[in-house]
Design a binder for this molecule. Structure first.
Ligand SMILES: [Zn+2]
Ligand SMILES: [Zn+2]
Length: 197
């Protein structure tokens, strides 16, 4: 199965202006003065490619952002909670899984030219791009790191019966397949209630 390509851009095919991307925050509204604060409550569509092999976020799924943006000296601190719908398949019984992942996030986006930006490696810190802060990479990275490699439909899913392939949790607890040794087959017949004489 192909690995999820996390760099595909799935959002906002119409319009190239950054403001058209619902994941981008226009910081001109926040202001650079340290201490400026703004609540960011929004529902935005998930972009494509947020997932791993057996579980992921469906493109366009409604991601709920309950965030606070706070202007600090070096940039903008993003903190709060994000609810992300995920769908996938149980690694044990292959049943579909539908769930919502709840994420706590706290991340500093550094201003271009700030000390934090100047002293950090390229991939160590998130950056503010001009007047815009892109929330999508933060949510994508956080959710992808949270996803289990082997998701299960229930924490103790018993998987499939190795003999008949049915879901064990759907079968009676004593489900077994009596594999009769052919040498005993004749004996078994004698003990099977036969028709009345
Ligand atoms: Zn299962
Ligand atoms: Zn079975």
């Amino acid at each position: 199965m192909p690995a999820a390509s996390s760099h595909r851009r799935g959002a906002a095919p119409s319009g190239r202006r950054p403001a058209a991307d619902p994941w981008k925050v226009d910081l001109r509204e926040l202001g650079r003065r340290a201490g400026s604060m703004r609540d960011w409550e929004k529902t935005v569509p998930a972009q494509a490619g947020w997932g791993i092999e057996m579980i992921g976020v469906p493109e366009g799924a409604h991601v709920e952002l309950h965030l606070r943006l706070e202007s600090v000296m070096e940039g903008v601190l993003v903190s709060g909670e994000v609810d992300v719908p995920v769908t996938g398949q149980c690694a044990r019984c292959l049943e579909p899984i539908e769930d919502t992942v709840h994420l706590d996030v706290q991340e500093l986006y550094a201003y271009e030219g700030s000390t934090t930006e100047a002293t950090s490696e390229e991939d160590e810190v998130r950056r503010i791009d001009g007047d815009f802060l892109d929330l999508a990479p933060l949510v994508r990275d956080t959710v992808v790191l949270t996803l289990p490699l082997s998701p299960t439909c229930t924490p103790d899913c018993s998987g499939l019966c190795v003999d008949c392939g049915l879901r064990l949790d759907d079968l009676p607890a004593d489900h077994t397949h009596e594999v009769l040794d052919p040498r005993w087959a004749g004996l078994a017949d004698r003990f099977t209630p036969s028709k009345e004489n």
